[in-house]
Design a protein around this ligand. Structure first.
Ligand code: C2E
Ligand code: MG
Ligand code: MG
Ligand code: MG
Length: 272
């Protein structure tokens, strides 16, 4: 009896697994089509300089408006894309689309704005990445120094030495590099020093609660001090309240992003 119950359980898992795999395959095919049918588009979130209060940059955050399922979060479809070469197709699309948009805003509207683009660690393995970045800058005329490429800390730490080589090559193009979601990847200062980075983004989980907890604020304060000691610009992610903003200013944080400062919006909404 136990045996048959066991078998039944296996069959149940089998069906569930097969359904999940089918859904995944369908989504992957949908995602492939999405690139070519305009369902993928970059939202832009303002990045604010905390000394002047000016919007100095925007971060491109990819959006997928699925014809049947509606808005799908990048937290869901980026990992799916990372399972195949599809991530390189998406990455190239984002690079070209956003550099073109920013170059146009700068030349036609006279906006002195920088662009931040997220890179998947899988893209660092793509031999076409460096030519693609060079090509995007050359065809749009966006100055390399106006582009920052963001890679998450956990992704970097998975293979820091291999990543270091690609990052050095990217940086020799004149673009800037940021470590994203800092604090979630257990990297040491020694590991960080080997990478030529320009910006450190403190993960949202460290910002939440700094207005209520002295300890939380002290941790952010020490991250800022550490980053400044090695000449990194510090950006706080996920600022949701005016109190958090005030504290970050007091702690000497350089820049901030978050719903309190501006949600990610389509370019037509942000720059109407
Ligand atoms: P990320 O680069 O760390 O981006 C920050 C995320 O936090 C974004 O989520 C943003 O919408 C959200 N956020 C910003 N301010 C606040 C706030 O005040 N409160 C809260 N709760 N959330 C806030 P999103 O857009 O869902 O993107 C998730 C992640 O997907 C990004 O994290 C990034 O790692 C990845 N991603 C997005 N676009 C791309 C892309 O074009 N390429 C690659 N490779 N990854 C991307
Ligand atoms: Mg980012
Ligand atoms: Mg982040
Ligand atoms: Mg993130």
């Amino acid at each position: 009896q136990a045996k048959s119950r066991g078998r039944g359980r296996f069959e149940f898992f089998d069906v569930e697994l097969r359904m999940r795999m089918q859904r995944r395959l369908r989504m992957e095919q949908d995602l492939r089509d999405a690139v070519h049918s305009g369902q993928l588009w970059p939202a832009y979130q303002p990045v604010v300089d905390l000394r002047t209060g000016d919007m100095v940059a925007v971060e491109a955050l990819l959006r997928w408006t699925h014809p049947k399922h509606g808005e799908i979060s990048p937290a869901e479809f980026i990992p799916l894309a990372e399972e195949s070469e599809l991530i390189n197709v998406l990455g190239k699309f984002v690079l070209h689309d956003t550099t073109r948009e920013l170059a146009t805003l700068r030349s036609e509207r006279g906006l002195d704005l920088s662009l931040k683009v997220n890179l998947s660690v899988r893209q660092l393995d793509d031999p076409h990445l460096i030519p693609a970045v060079r090509d995007a800058l050359a065809t749009t005329g966006l100055p390399p120094s106006a582009l920052t490429l963001e890679v998450t800390e956990s992704a970097l730490m998975r293979d820091a030495s291999a990543a270091a080589e690609v990052l050095t090559a990217l940086r020799s193009l004149g673009v800037l590099l940021a470590i994203d979601d800092f604090g979630t990847g257990y990297s040491s200062l020694a590991q960080l020093r080997r990478l030529t980075l320009d910006t450190l983004k403190i993960d949202r989980s460290f910002i939440t609660g700094i207005a209520e907890s002295h300890n939380a604020a002290a941790i952010v304060s020490s991250i800022i001090a550490m980053a400044h000691a090695v000449n990194l610009t510090v950006v706080a992610e996920g600022v949701e309240t005016p109190e958090e903003l005030t504290i970050l200013k007091e702690l000497g944080c350089d820049q901030a992003q978050g719903y309190h400062l501006g949600k990610p919006l389509a370019a037509t909404e942000l720059f109407h």
